[in-house]
Write a protein that binds this ligand. Structure first.
Ligand code: ZN
Length: 311
């Protein structure tokens, strides 16, 4: 197998490929917005393209490229036959020789540079395949893009060992919110109040957003509130939780909002506007948990008879 794969090293994957578009300002602008890159070099009359866009100018899109030789597809088929049916991109390397500018017409050639020996990774056993694309403008080499994938046979998934339920993550307590969590431990939901202007705030902060005042005291929430908004979590799964579940943004009667669990109804019956009432719940912790941290949490129960079954 190894020798058949090695025979692809040095074979052309694309010959005399042509970029589908000239280097152009709209694509540069979209890229910069997506990357949140505000470098002034990429705008104005003397704009250059961000160097990391190198590969973008050679992409074939859904319709693909005309210059493909078929060698890369053959290599893929061979690896599929060997059971290496999964693929993951592992890394890319780029070299830049001169900047690309709007109006440049990009041409390129791609070669299968190397096929590794058989390697065993956490994902499974397979082969690293590296392609090298030489990007040219008017015959001059302007940059090189190396792209590496692992084509592999997936390792058999290990079943999650049966055992005690994963530990629920504890809230992070710091000097700004310690008073809040002390209140919760004693079953009081305390809202910070600015003693300069009287504005209430939650979550707890060192200063007032309204007036900048550093001094504060607290008022205790009545516990009445409504579901202001919510999301239903499906993914990613976290070991301590059982998706799907609803995470609510509760507007307290006092006017501040708090993120919390909505309890008392199934996740798909949570609705904006449902009246809820505060309660405190202690979450059991596995034995031998030395890390500590609050295990009492404020949660909000939907008032009985108020959860409708319809939209
Ligand atoms: Zn204030």
């Amino acid at each position: 197998m190894g020798a058949r794969l090695k025979a692809y090293e040095g074979q052309a994957a694309s010959v005399a490929g042509k970029g589908k578009d000239l280097v152009n300002e709209p694509m540069i602008r979209h890229w910069c917005e997506a990357m949140d890159d505000t470098d002034p070099a990429y705008t104005g009359p003397d704009a250059i393209a961000p160097p990391t866009m190198l590969q973008a100018w050679t992409m074939g899109g859904l319709s693909g490229h005309s210059g493909r030789t078929g060698a890369y597809d053959e290599l893929f088929d061979l690896l599929d036959e060997a059971g290496c049916t999964s693929v993951v991109a592992t890394d890319c390397e780029q070299e830049y020789l001169r900047p690309l500018r709007p109006g440049d017409e990009v041409g390129f050639d791609t070669v299968i540079e190397s096929v590794s020996d058989r390697k065993t990774t956490k994902l499974g056993t397979g082969y690293f395949v590296t392609t090298r694309t030489d990007v040219r403008v008017g015959g001059d080499l302007v940059g090189t893009h190396r792209f590496r994938i692992l084509k592999y046979a997936p390792a058999r998934q290990k079943k999650e060992p049966e055992g005690p339920r994963a530990r629920r993550p504890r809230p992070v307590v710091n000097r700004d919110n310690a008073g809040f969590w002390e209140g919760v431990e004693r079953h009081h939901l305390l809202i910070q109040r600015c003693t300069d202007c009287g504005t209430l705030r939650h979550p707890w902060l060192p200063g007032c957003n309204a007036c900048g005042g550093p001094d504060w005291d607290t008022v205790e929430a009545s516990g009445e509130g409504t579901v202001y908004s919510y999301v239903v979590m499906h993914h990613p799964p976290f070991p301590a939780f059982d998706p799907p579940y609803a995470v609510g943004l509760i507007e307290l009667a006092e006017g501040v909002r708090i993120v919390s669990n909505v309890v008392g109804v199934p996740y798909d019956k949570v609705r904006i506007g449902l009246p809820v009432r505060l309660e405190f719940r202690r979450y059991d912790e596995p034995e031998g948990d030395a890390e500590g941290g609050p295990s009492v949490l404020p949660v909000f129960r939907v008032l009985e008879g108020r959860a409708g079954g319809e939209g």
